[in-house]
Design a protein around this ligand. Structure first.
Ligand code: SF4
Length: 330
């Protein structure tokens, strides 16, 4: 008998198109893992509402943009399940059940919530924002996901999900899967402006949907070693952002580029040209797949609807089992 694959749940907030930072940090490994795991990709529109509730058109458009971003990198819709979070009724219902098991103080002291609140400049937190880790526990467990790929900053959320599940199982005698974090050890891609993070809102990103010319233009503007004002001055790749990109996107030439930079044998213009070429070589096949899906939007809608229908069937069964265990099923 064929061994049942472990289930992975991952996803993206629908607050704008995805960029190279998302690719390096998550999408690339999703493609590599899609044959190994039963992969669920959540279009996290409810989570997007917690910070972007005043911008419904952005959230709506991003549901499609993020789906196409995922498909463009090579995720195969016959292998992965793409799910619209708000379409899965079980997630909303389970969020309510789970909210009884978490204290407000535990959420207030969650380090990720504190960091994100600061980042968004929130002095007062909405109920929805404060509670989104509870909703995340429902996202992960409506389908009994075994693994959740995360970066270091998301670990507190997974720990909270595990605690909630443990408490629920202990209290009601259920067997909801306690999820495990699958820690990614990929480097975080800095912004083109040298900012430590490439961000949708920071204006320093290369998007997976950027044209070859847009990529070239952005790389030409990228911050390099500020002391290198002339080609004859040796550069320091250790402090150069472009060098960091080469390490990821031109790994076979990285050592040579650094040596040539230190010896003033290569100028920043030529160095950036190599990077532009590497990035466009990576992005070209994605552009081809993107063009296909952009011309077949009905297929994109079908992929989301089919995935969400499957998720609803799984989630409804999970909620029915939970209601039974809680003695609220009539
Ligand atoms: S040559 Fe390349 S690595 Fe060296 S400072 Fe210029 S852009 Fe950076």
């Amino acid at each position: 008998m064929e061994k049942k694959k472990m289930r992975i749940l991952t996803g993206d907030r629908t607050t704008g198109r995805l960029h190279l930072g998302h690719y390096v940090g998550s999408l690339k490994s999703r493609v590599a893992l899609q044959d190994m795991y039963d992969t669920f990709i959540l279009l996290a529109d409810i989570q997007a509402l917690t910070t972007h509730f005043e911008n419904p058109s952005l959230i709506h458009d991003s549901i499609f943009d993020v789906t196409i971003d995922n498909l463009s990198v090579g995720l195969d819709p016959t292998k992965v399940t793409i799910v619209q979070q708000s379409a899965v009724k079980a997630i909303a219902e389970m969020t309510v059940f789970y909210s009884m098991l978490v204290s407000v103080n535990a959420l207030r002291h969650n380090p990720t919530i504190k960091t994100e609140a600061k980042q968004y400049g929130y002095s007062e937190l909405t109920y929805g924002f404060l509670g989104y880790p509870v909703s995340q526990a429902a996202d992960i467990t409506f389908c009994n996901a075994d693994l959740v790929p995360v970066g270091e900053d998301q670990i507190p959320h997974i720990e909270l999900s595990r605690k909630i599940v443990r408490k629920f199982n202990d209290m009601y005698g259920t067997f909801i899967t306690e999820p495990q974090a699958k820690l990614s050890d990929v480097p975080r891609l800095s912004g083109l402006d040298g900012n430590a993070k490439m961000g949708k809102s920071l204006g320093n990103a290369i998007y997976l949907s950027d044209s070859a010319d847009e990529v070239a233009q952005k790389v030409r503007m990228a911050v390099t070693d500020p002391a290198r004002i002339k080609i004859s001055i040796p550069g320091n790749p250790d402090i150069c952002n472009v060098a960091k990109y080469h390490k990821i996107f031109t790994p076979d030439k990285y050592d040579q580029i650094c040596a040539d930079c230190r010896a003033a044998k290569i100028g920043c213009v030529a160095c950036k040209k190599i990077l532009i070429n590497s990035l466009n070589t990576l992005l070209d096949p994605m552009r081809e797949r993107r063009a296909y899906y952009e011309n077949h939007m009905d297929e994109v809608s079908d992929i989301i609807l089919t995935g969400s229908k499957k998720a609803n069937e799984i989630g409804d069964a999970q909620v029915a089992m939970m209601r039974e265990a809680m003695h609220i099923a009539i």
